[in-house]
Write a protein that binds this ligand. Structure first.
Ligand SMILES: [Zn+2]
Ligand SMILES: [Zn+2]
Ligand SMILES: [Zn+2]
Length: 142
């Protein structure tokens, strides 16, 4: 797996302490993270504005995508390797929210087919949301 510096470089982002810190948090956690989650996981002290700016630069450069899971806060997760660029996000995978641990996961391999829309409707993005019990809470071992 490529290291944090080269991931930032691939997405045309300069390596800064705040970017490296926040990228490390995303890489360590398999589930989507809200601003509050990120703040509580910070290993160095970063102010609110810096965290927001860092998230914005990540999103604009195709490194993370937003997920609306019905909770009060928008969540973010890493984009699937190489699928997104600065001008376009192609995160057409399903998302899953666990009722038990309250975590939201990207199901990167579950690609959702584009809905057949009635004439005159133009789709910009679409998301499939699944709720249930995740594999950790299900004690699934593979
Ligand atoms: Zn993306
Ligand atoms: Zn769970
Ligand atoms: Zn996702």
């Amino acid at each position: 797996m490529s290291n944090a510096n080269s991931i930032l470089k691939e997405h045309n982002l300069k390596s800064t302490e705040s970017r490296l810190t926040i990228l490390a948090i995303f890489k360590k956690n398999m589930h989507a993270l809200s601003y509050n989650d990120i703040e509580s996981l910070l290993t160095v002290k970063l102010d609110r504005v810096t965290v927001y700016r860092t998230l914005k630069s990540f999103e604009e450069n195709g490194l993370i995508h937003q997920i609306y899971d019905g909770s009060a806060q928008v969540k973010y997760a890493l984009c699937h390797t190489g699928s997104c660029s600065s001008d376009q996000h192609k995160d057409s995978h399903a998302h899953f929210r666990c009722d038990k641990c309250d975590k939201t996961f990207c199901l990167s391999d579950v690609i959702t087919p584009m809905a057949d829309l009635p004439e005159g409707y133009q789709s910009k993005s679409q998301s499939v949301f699944i709720q249930g019990i995740c594999k950790v809470c299900n004690h699934y071992k593979n």
